[in-house]
Design a protein around this ligand. Structure first.
Ligand SMILES: C[S@@+](CC[C@H](N)C(=O)[O-])C[C@H]1O[C@@H](n2cnc3c(N)ncnc32)[C@H](O)[C@@H]1O
Length: 267
């Protein structure tokens, strides 16, 4: 599955606003007494998590920016020595997760990845992180909640189809989709981690037309691909929704979850 730089750029301001502040505070507190921290950002895209966390972490930072998309990595942040060193690392995480975590790492971060991965891959991630006793900041996992105002008669069936599509293979095997964050939280608790979690919903106001149109098109495409909702219903729904956006009458909330997991007994 590929993500364009244009899409990541469009969503980044909404992601930035949505990131749960209590979860970031917990991460910042956990790192507060370190002079230097090495961070492995898994599926970094163009570096959204780097840009969100860099100003919050006071320690000297060494970022390992990992992704398998070379065109996204080419847009990732550069080092600004002496306080920040950033290196891009092209790795297919579905195959070589372990390589991404090898060497000295103090913190693992990721955003908008967990809902794409399979149960098996998530278990691998938990094992690799817990074995190394590393903390994990996982932001912006889609959790299946969508509220659209005003409501449309076909909202529920289109979103149900989209959520089912989110559970299809995104390159890591059958994806956990909307259940991913909850499953990850339970797995980390089971291996003795302490969790801080909270909502990080996208909130699109009527003037946020461009991103509303983009997500509505994406949901319609997913529903169409799945083929369970009649095509005419999907097209009618998308047309009505687009008309509301154009008229400045559409608001949308999209549910996401952030969490920070750290081995119990560390701060
Ligand atoms: C939704 S984007 C999120 C990007 C970034 N974390 C952000 O929040 O903007 C998902 C990212 O996962 C990366 N990705 C997908 N499959 C991957 C794989 N098998 N190995 C490494 N990265 C992968 C994509 O290239 C993309 O950058």
């Amino acid at each position: 599955m590929s993500f364009t730089a244009a899409w990541l750029e469009m969503r980044e301001p909404y992601d930035r606003r949505a990131r749960n502040p209590a979860v970031i505070d917990a991460l910042v507190a956990a790192l507060s007494d370190r002079p230097s921290v090495t961070i492995a950002d898994l599926a970094c895209g163009t570096g959204s998590t780097f840009r969100a966390l860099r100003p919050r972490i006071k320690a000297r930072q060494i970022w390992r920016l990992v992704d398998n998309d070379l065109s996204l990595l080419a847009r990732a942040p550069q080092s600004s020595p002496p306080d920040v060193i950033a290196a891009t690392i092209p790795i297919d995480l579905s195959r070589d997760l372990e390589a991404a975590l090898d060497g000295p790492v103090d913190l693992v971060t990721t955003s908008a990845l967990l809902d794409l991965v399979s149960d098996e891959w998530l278990q691998r991630l938990v094992v690799e992180i817990a074995t190394r006793r590393l903390p994990l900041y996982a932001a912006l996992s889609y959790d299946g909640r969508v509220e659209m105002t005003p409501a449309d008669v076909a909202d529920q069936k289109v979103i149900a189809a989209f959520n089912a599509h989110q559970r299809t293979d995104k390159g890591f095997g059958r994806a956990l989709g909307p259940g991913a964050a909850q499953t990850a939280v339970e797995r980390f608790e089971r291996v003795g981690y302490t969790l801080v979690q909270g909502a990080s919903d996208w909130v699109f106001a009527p003037q946020d037309r461009e991103i509303q149109l983009e997500v509505l098109s994406g949901w319609a495409a997913a529903a169409r691909d799945l083929g369970e909702v009649p095509l005419g219903d999907v097209v009618g729904w998308l047309t009505r929704r687009r008309d509301l956006v154009a008229a400045g009458r559409s608001s949308i909330r999209v549910g996401h979850v952030d969490f920070f997991a750290q081995p119990t007994g560390t701060r």
